[in-house]
Design a protein. Structure first.
Length: 217
């Protein structure tokens, strides 16, 4: 059996694991779709390349990002916001592939949030050492919709705390095909990703790809 076949074994998904009110891990939920998702990611980042955004403080993020959908999350020295076009090209972001929207809708429903129609998908690429410090996703305007977050490639340690920055976050190991969903009372929970450990994933090598689906206005 080749490493690649092993990587695409059928989903071991069983049931949601509740990590906080309104927040669940769906372990293995996206495993069967992973290959299709990654093929789509390759096309998307050929059209709208991954880039290290600058934050208002002036430093570049260690995570490289791109977007698809009608709106994309961007950052520069003036702040964070959603933009209908890619600042690199001035062109609209690539459309959200049907397989992305379908997976996000199903994952949200599995977590108890019916009718999720994301219009923004942030594509995050982590290489070893890259991290995302504790933050809230609060640039969306539309806070009644959940966040759906899909992990592909190398394992990561996901930090998930409460709605106050001082709440000590719990740590969860997220693997290829795992999906996290948070909304309702956890919609503004602080979360982040610890520095990515070295590794060699059979499909993605030294990378982790995260797809974060949101309803932005
Ligand atoms: O990479 C992850 O698992 C989380 C990404 C995230 O929190 C974000 O993009 O806002
Ligand atoms: Mn986030």
């Amino acid at each position: 059996m080749t490493a690649d076949l092993f990587d695409d074994t059928p989903s071991p998904y069983v049931t949601p694991e509740v990590i906080a009110p309104g927040a669940v891990l769906l372990r293995g939920f996206a495993r069967e779709q992973a290959q299709a998702l990654l093929q789509a990611v390759e096309q998307l980042i050929a059209a709208a390349p991954l880039r290290h955004l600058v934050v208002p403080g002036g430093h570049s993020m260690s995570v490289a990002m791109s977007n698809c959908g009608t709106l994309g999350w961007v950052s520069d020295r003036s702040g964070y916001r959603y933009s209908a076009s890619d600042p690199l090209s001035g062109q609209p972001w690539p459309a959200m592939p049907a397989c992305f929207a379908e997976l996000a809708l199903r994952a949200a429903a599995e977590a108890g949030f019916n009718g999720f129609k994301p219009n923004a998908c942030l594509i995050n690429r982590y290489q070893p050492g890259a991290r995302l410090s504790l933050h809230q996703d609060r640039d969306e305007g539309e806070l009644s919709a959940p966040i759906v977050s899909v992990s592909l490639g190398l394992p990561a340690v996901f930090l998930f705390g409460g709605t106050r920055r001082s709440d000590n976050p719990a740590r969860y190991r997220l693997l290829h095909g795992d999906v996290a969903v948070w909304g309702g009372p956890s919609r503004l929970a602080y979360h982040g990703v610890a520095p990515l450990a070295e590794g060699d994933h059979p499909r993605l090598g030294r990378q982790r790809i995260n797809l974060t689906f949101r309803r932005a206005v």
